[in-house]
Design a binder for this molecule. Structure first.
Ligand code: ZN
Length: 234
């Protein structure tokens, strides 16, 4: 039997985590949130052979709840599908209304069922201190599902539109997205109706800053829940 050092053991464990095919779910309030917050990380997961779902709370519809939520905004849905196509991810819609997010007993159970059906190994969620109530709502729904499903999968928070949306975010983990930033940008620009020149410029400042912190050209940053399994980011 060959002896291996602790360092070698740790790196083989990390390698195992990277080689096992993971099912990743990135939850976001609106079409575009998962792409802006985690698009570079999504591309890295996909490059490593993992499966990624972008789970949107709503379809970016206007005028809900008067409008049929299932119908949603054709433009926003088409943009989300195009963004997912570019990132090689799958789009899932939770069917709530833009600006009218509901968090109650029924929605907790409904969302937990939706998430459980994806059998995730990792879930990425909005950081809850956020200026947008839809972001806060899905953050609560995702967190509750993680708790109720026994904290069995990885649970990390991400940041989006810092200053306007995410506030008070202190990362624990970083993903180098220098090689995938161009694909992230294309996926964000697929949301052409959502002023990508303005919002991508902001998000790009954030990934450059996270890159400065972590020693890369561009990085996306995460907060790992202290009780979450680790080593699940690419
Ligand atoms: Zn949003």
């Amino acid at each position: 039997m060959a002896w291996i050092s602790r360092r070698q053991f740790v790196s083989s464990a990390a390698l195992f985590a990277k080689q096992r095919k993971l099912r990743v779910v990135v939850t976001g309030g609106h079409p575009g949130d998962p792409e802006y917050g985690c698009g570079g990380t999504v591309a890295r997961y996909v490059d490593a052979g993992h499966e990624v779902v972008l789970l949107y709370l709503n379809r970016g519809e206007k005028g809900c709840p008067e409008q049929d939520a299932a119908k949603g905004s054709a433009v926003r849905v088409a943009e989300a599908r195009r963004a997912c196509e570019l990132l090689k991810a799958r789009a899932v819609f939770a069917g709530q209304c833009d600006g009218y997010a509901v968090v109650d007993r029924e929605r907790y159970e409904e969302f937990r069922g939706l998430l459980a059906a994806e059998k995730p190994d990792v879930v990425l969620a909005h950081w809850p201190v956020d200026g947008h109530r839809d972001h806060r709502a899905i953050s609560m729904l995702a967190y509750d599902a993680w708790l109720k499903l026994g904290k069995k999968f990885g649970f990390y928070y991400y940041e989006v539109s810092d200053g306007e949306d995410t506030l008070m975010f202190a990362p624990t983990d970083y993903v180098d997205i220098s090689q995938t930033e161009a694909r992230k940008k294309a996926a964000c620009y697929a949301h052409a109706s959502q002023a990508p020149d303005k919002f991508y410029a902001l998000q790009s400042q954030v990934t450059r800053f996270r890159g400065v912190e972590s020693g890369h050209a561009h990085a996306e940053a995460f907060v790992r829940h202290v009780q979450s399994p680790g080593n699940l980011l690419p």
